[in-house]
Structure formats: C-alpha cells, structure tokens
Ligand binder design. Structure first.
Ligand code: 4AD
Ligand code: MG
Length: 455
C-alpha cells in the first residue's frame, strides 16, 4: 500500500476522510496512558507532525516498549477532524506496526539539546525542528535563486571547482594534489601544474558573460581562511551573477531585487519553518523580513562610511581610518545604528580590494560594492570589472600577479571586452538572515571550518 504523505494531509485532509489510510513515519513523541495513547509522527514531507491516537487494542501492550522516539512505524487508520484543536485533524489508528526500532540510547530521546551539542551529531541533527527548518529553507532558498535568474533570462554556468587561477588573490586556497609527501615539483603533479580549490567562480563566469550576456554560477567555494568566527566557513556556497553592458549601479539594482525576490519566495514557500524560527530563534524575525521587502537599501561610498564612523560615539576596538577594511563592529554600527537596514557601501580603496575591480578616476578607489545587513554584516561582495586591458595589466603588475596564468583572462578584455559587472552572494550568510540562526555552522548540513571537518 502507498503511504499517504503528511504534507498532503495538511494541504487538504478532506479527500481522505472516511477512508482507511496508512502513514509511514518516525516517532517524535509518544505519550501513553491507560486507555489511550498519543503519538506525534513526522514523515519528512512537512514541518509539523501529525497526531496519532491509539488505544490498547491497536497497539498491544507488548509492543509499546518499542514505540520510542526515533523508531520508524507504519500506522493505519482514519483521519478524524478535530475542530477547535491546535491541529485541524488527527489520525485514529486501527493498527500500528514497527518498521525499524530505535533504542533508548538514541541521542535525540531527550527533547531539548543545545545547538552546540547538536553540531557534534550532524548526521542526526536534521531530525530536530531547528535543523529540519534550516535545511528545508536552504533548499527553498536555493530554488528561489535559480528561479530569480531563470525568470530574467540568465544562463546558468557550471564553473570549475578545481582551478589554476586565484580569483581573490588573498592566498586562501586549498591545494589539490596527488603528489606523495616530500615531492614538491608541480610538473610531476596530476595536472602538471599547481591546482587549487576555487574561492570564487567569477573569473570563469566573466568569460561567459560576453557570449551569454547575463550568466550566473551557483556552487561550492572554498577558503582556507584561518578565522574562527560564526560567519566564516572553509566550504560554503556562492551565487555569482555576471552581466555584460552593466555598470555598478545596475549591479546594485539587481542585487537588491534579488535579495527581495528570494526572501519573498521563501516567505511564500516555507511559512511553517519561518514561524518556528520567529517563535523560538529570533522573535520579530517575520517582521524583520517583511520590512526588508519594503525598504530601499541605502547606498553610501566607503569615504562617507568612514566619515560616519569617525563621528560615531561608539568606542570601536579598531579605529575607522580611511584605507582600513571595515570591521564587524563598523558594519554593525552602520547597519544597526545609522541606517537601520541594508546598506550598500561603494568605491572602496583599491588597496583593500581585488585586482579585477574597475579603477575609478581618482586613482585611489575602485568601483566596488558590498551589501551589509544588520546582524550578519557583509552578505554580498561585487564590483564593476576593469575592462580596460592596459589598466588591468598595470594593476596586476603592481600586485605582482603571475601574468602568464591570467593570459586567458586578459584575452577576454582584448576581444570585445565591454564594460561588465557582477557580485557574489554567500548563501549561508543570507540563510543566517532568514533563519535568525547566529552561527554559520547551523545552516550548512555538514560544516567545514578551521580545525573541524567531520563526516
Ligand atoms: O566578497 P567576496 O570575497 O567576493 C568574491 O569572491 C567575488 N569574486 C564575488 C563576485 O564578485 N563574483 O565573497 C562574496 C561573498 C561574501 O560577501 C560573503 O557573503 C561570502 O561570499 N563569503 C563567505 N561566506 C562564508 N564563509 C566564508 N569564509 C566566506 N567568504 C566569503
Ligand atoms: Mg568581500
């Protein structure tokens, strides 16, 4: 017999009334009393469990000891409407069958655990409400991202994960090698040269914006950043659109539209999960998200940001001087105190940004844009790209980049390299905004961070 899905029952249970149905699921809670017992059952298809009512005859007391949290069961019975109760219906069981037992040492027998403890059992934690909701929203959001770009005619490009070009030039790449220990000659390595895991698909994405005009990549990226913070992971996912005939302002418009559109889609498609986070993780979350949809994102230059920070009454651990990178405390102040919402900061000093950003006429700044949000800080980094071959080459020389390995990249400028722009959105960073979870380790199924990579 086919199992009926709990999701379908919550959508509309009426077609199932008066019929015998079966559900396959896992026990979340089981409370037994003399004559009647209650079971909450999840089958993975819906955030909320279904309530099952059993009596002694359906269950058989000899089986009861096996009906523990985590066990897989098949329940057969009839749907009964329960007007006025928390749930609109319940399942009155006529029989219950154990499909897979779950012994009492199951770590999730206890109802409440800290997120820190649950991180140590990543293979089991998705069975809790918090993580089920987080990973369901991760899926809904990923689909919303594809939909956003597909609706606008963007072409989805799979850029390589193993790369021989360093996009960000920050020396944060993991090496990919099959050389035995002690052997260091790259010529003897698998690819005959030094290869790394990509930190960004951008450079390859740029090559494809000319033939396709508007493209995006969406995939895993890797950074050997030795920063143990709640918002840095060594493996994370990035969405990177790249648009030909697009300047910095159009780039920001697209970024703002995208953020609003993917949040709106998530609100439409993951309401039970968002309500859970709103109640248990970040009170006011739904109001915050709805407010984002209706707010114009502020736009200021880096120079204006520094002026604001210098005027601030707050005592910063790092003073904000022109030329320094914005620290978390600075981002917090700008988004939470001054603008009380999202802020694009543009035109950063070229010294603190990557080689490919378009140089401004002042000789000091580049056409960069970062989007900062209250709570997490930077969620997007992007720029208009340096399309002028001689300027690009001069900057690469200044920074001591190996020109030969960027030959192909310079080619894209030489052959019809029109002005173009793009950005990268950290999927986990926006997930932290949407779920209210404060640690990046809680929005990645199996997180990898400095000093930690299990599974
Ligand atoms: O600002 P980033 O370094 O920009 C780039 O990599 C550009 N090549 C993107 C582009 O223009 N196509 O990274 C982009 C975003 C950041 O704003 C942040 O959201 C996320 O990627 N990010 C990280 N997320 C988690 N852990 C890390 N270690 C991250 N590093 C960057
Ligand atoms: Mg950045």
């Amino acid at each position: 017999m086919q199992f009926i899905l709990i999701k379908n029952l919550f959508e509309d249970f009426k077609p199932y009334l008066e019929k015998e149905i079966s559900i396959g699921g896992f026990i979340r809670t089981y409370r037994s009393s003399k004559s009647v017992s209650f079971m909450e059952l999840n089958d993975g298809t819906f955030f909320k469990p279904i309530q099952v009512v059993l009596n002694e005859t359906t269950l058989g007391k000899e089986n009861e000891a096996l009906f523990l949290t985590g066990a897989a069961v098949k329940i057969t019975g009839k749907i009964v409407p329960t007007p006025g109760m928390k749930q609109p219906f319940e399942l009155a069981a006529s029989s219950a069958e154990l499909l897979a037992a779950c012994p009492p040492d199951y770590p999730l027998q206890k109802k409440r655990h800290t997120l820190e403890y649950l991180r140590t059992i990543a293979h089991l934690r998705a069975r809790t409400n918090t993580y089920y909701a987080a990973f369901k929203i991760r899926s809904v959001l990923s689909f919303a991202i594809h939909k956003f770009f597909n609706d606008r005619g963007f072409t989805y490009i799979h850029t390589p994960i193993i790369t021989t070009s360093d996009c960000e030039g920050a020396g944060e790449m993991f090496r990919v090698t099959t050389l035995p220990p002690g052997e260091t000659d790259p010529a003897k390595d698998f690819f005959g040269k030094d290869a790394r895991l990509t930190v960004s698909g951008q450079l390859n994405g740029e090559a494809f914006c000319f033939p396709f005009r508007n493209i995006y990549t969406f995939g895993p990226t890797f950074r050997a950043e030795n920063s143990n913070t709640p918002r840095h992971a060594a493996e994370f996912w990035m969405v990177e659109p790249e648009m030909a005939f697009c300047d910095l302002n159009m780039n920001m418009e697209l970024a703002e539209d995208m953020i609003k559109s993917i949040i709106a889609d998530t609100i439409t498609n993951a309401m039970p999960e968002l309500e859970f986070f709103n109640e248990f993780i970040e009170p006011g979350l739904l109001d915050k998200l709805n407010a984002l949809l209706n707010k114009d994102f502020a736009r200021i230059t880096y120079t204006q940001a520094i002026e604001q920070l210098k005027k601030a009454k707050s005592d910063f651990a790092y003073p904000a001087d022109w030329g320094c990178d914005l620290q978390t405390e600075h981002e917090k102040y700008l988004t939470e105190e001054v603008y009380k919402g999202p802020v694009f900061v543009t035109d950063y000093p070229k010294k603190i940004k990557s080689f490919y950003m378009r140089q401004n006429g002042d000789g000091k700044t580049v056409a960069a844009m970062d989007l900062l949000l209250p709570g997490v800080g930077e969620i997007i980094g992007g720029s208009q790209r340096e399309e002028r071959e001689e300027k690009l080459l001069a900057r690469m020389k200044e920074l001591g980049l190996n020109e030969k390995s960027y030959d192909w990249y310079v080619d894209t400028r030489r052959y019809g390299g029109v002005y173009h722009s793009g950005f990268g959105l950290g999927l986990e960073r926006i997930l932290m905004v949407i779920t209210g979870l404060k640690n990046i380790r809680d929005v990645i199924p199996f997180p990898r961070t400095a000093g930690s990579a299990s599974y």
